[in-house]
Design a protein around this ligand. Structure first.
Ligand code: NAP
Length: 231
């Protein structure tokens, strides 16, 4: 399928803005969705993208935004305790064209088949962070888990990109990926945010990633260099 028009759900965040830039670089027509109060974070793209302000879990907003789009890039975040992530994923699954490429972002803590192997430190961090976050009612990690469960269960043309720890900085190029956290190539556990966005946008035209949940790591990291076999 030719990719010409794409929707970016959560366009005003750090990952979202990098994705907007990569999408424009590829000559795609871009529709961005972000919360009303965040529209000015997209000022740098004024006149070059269409912005639909609103909640990303609002059915009507998403329906309008994804109309006619060949691809949808969705940032899944566990903010709040109102199932924002799940609502966002569901709205995209319900309203995107059935043949559209759907790319979702999340973290390594999401597992598709239970075969990911996590270090004790990682598991403890997720547990403690999740517990504190829920206590202060800021974040609900289970919401992102449920959002991804619904994506995995759908028969759409989805990809769930699972990001390692992130850092800012110049692009190093397309991250490498593996099927499971714990695979040696991922050991360095760091990716530049700009390259996470690059992987998401490149996935739109990579049919090999359909119904895959790649866990990614920066291509210039020691583990990626030492185990450079996979892409
Ligand atoms: N941070 C990490 O180290 C890390 C590690 C692995 C994977 N990831 C994944 O990477 C992706 C991007 O994460 P990021 O940390 O880089 O964040 P980000 O790109 O800055 O995105 C944050 C998003 O959350 C929205 N948001 C913030 N507060 C909100 C609220 N109270 N209610 C609803 N939406 C709210 C923001 O919208 P506004 O612009 O409207 O505020 C923005 O779209 C996520 O899928 C995350 O799971 C992150």
């Amino acid at each position: 399928m030719t990719m010409s028009k794409v929707c970016i759900v959560g366009a005003s965040g750090k990952l979202g803005r990098y994705m907007v830039q990569h999408a424009l670089d590829r000559g795609y027509q871009v529709v961005g969705v972000c919360r009303e109060g965040s529209v000015d974070k997209l000022d740098a793209f004024k006149g070059r993208i269409t912005i639909i302000p609103g909640a990303t879990n609002d059915d009507e907003i998403i329906k309008e935004a994804v109309a006619g789009c060949d691809g949808v890039l969705t940032v899944l975040v566990p903010w709040g305790i109102l199932h924002y992530s799940t609502g966002t994923a569901q709205a995209v699954l319900d309203h995107a064209r059935p043949d559209a490429r759907l790319i979702f972002s999340c973290g390594w803590h999401i597992t598709r088949d239970g075969k990911d192997v996590y270090s004790i430190t990682f598991k403890t961090l997720v547990k403690v962070f999740g517990w504190i976050a829920r206590l202060v009612r800021l974040v609900d990690i289970d919401d992102q888990v449920e959002a991804c469960r619904r994506v995995f269960a759908s028969d759409t043309r989805w990809t769930v990109v699972r990001g390692s720890d992130l850092e800012e900085g110049e692009s190093q190029g397309l991250p490498v990926w593996s099927h499971h956290v714990g695979d040696p190539i991922l050991k360095s556990n760091i990716t530049r945010r700009v390259d996470f966005a690059l992987f998401m946008v490149e996935a739109l035209e990579n049919d090999g990633l359909i119904q895959e949940a790649p866990a990614i790591v920066g291509c210039d990291t020691p583990s990626a260099i030492a185990h450079a076999v996979n892409k």
